[in-house]
Design a protein around this ligand. Structure first.
Ligand SMILES: [Fe+2]
Ligand SMILES: [Fe+2]
Length: 262
């Protein structure tokens, strides 16, 4: 089993598909993660799996990988509701809560993407003012402000479990690619390219935010000490001050877009 624990989860799931099914049952979404560079042994600590649940889950995984070993699962599983077994209420430190609150603003934009796409389909030409607002939101707020805080301040504090940080950085890069495609679509008056890029960006960011809110931030809150958290908090406050009330400014951009589709 030691050998399997040190393999990346995607290759384990591809060789033993039942492992993915078991993880899903325990509400650990490695099958839909899309990156899967975490090692099997990291899944427990990154997802903060309770001890009793961990034993049951790992026995089942071991049994799926080594059916010939006749592994007995005699752990008392009654009373462990599997679907919610790994869910605990998320309480964030102050700096993580700031990032979660920024996600709430970004998710407001993501929610509007179906309306935006529908509007583009039914418009005679691409509404360049609307798209300028959306691209400014994505580039200035989601990327230049929020992702920059993660990349410049948050991620460097995580000197353990770098795989998950790399995965988050890869998502940021992929998102920038979709924005470049949006701009290409606008310049070429190519509605299909613009819509496809908007949808891809929306899907990517929804998943990305879920991973950060539910996995990365809680995990960092567990591994970083109070001194580091406090230092990070001060750095976030200083960054926010230098961005001249960005939160208010981009909440207003969302309101403007909402009014357009009301
Ligand atoms: Fe991120
Ligand atoms: Fe984020």
């Amino acid at each position: 089993m030691e050998k399997q624990l040190n393999r990346d989860i995607k290759s384990v799931m591809s060789e033993f598909p039942e492992v993915g099914i078991i993880l899903e049952e325990f509400d650990i979404g490695c099958t839909t993660c899309g990156v899967g560079i975490c090692l099997l042994k990291d899944i427990i600590s990154i997802h903060d799996v309770p001890k009793q649940v961990e034993e049951l889950m790992m026995k089942r995984i071991e049994k799926a990988i080594y059916p010939e070993r006749n592994i007995e699962i005699n752990i008392q599983s009654e009373g462990i509701p599997q679907q919610q077994s790994t869910k605990t209420e998320l309480i964030y430190s102050r700096p993580m809560k700031m990032l979660v609150d920024e996600h709430i603003v970004i998710k407001e934009l993501l929610k509007l993407i179906p309306d935006v796409c529908n509007y583009i389909v039914h418009s005679q030409s691409i509404d360049r003012n609307m798209m300028a607002d959306i691209i400014d939101f994505i580039r200035s707020y989601a990327d230049g402000f929020h992702h920059a805080k993660e990349e410049d301040i948050l991620f460097p504090y995580a000197n353990r479990g770098v795989d998950i940080i790399e995965a988050m950085e890869m998502d940021h890069i992929e998102g920038r690619g979709y924005v470049a495609s949006m701009i290409k679509g606008i310049k070429a008056n190519d509605k299909n390219l613009l819509i496809e890029s908007l949808k891809n960006y929306g899907t990517l960011l929804q998943e990305h935010i879920k991973k950060e809110d539910e996995i990365l931030y809680p995990w960092l809150d567990r591994i970083l000490n109070d001194e580091i958290i406090d230092e990070m908090n001060q750095r976030f406050i200083a960054t926010d001050a230098s961005f001249d009330n960005y939160n208010r400014k981009y909440v207003d951009v969302i309101e403007k877009l909402k009014n357009k589709f009301a």
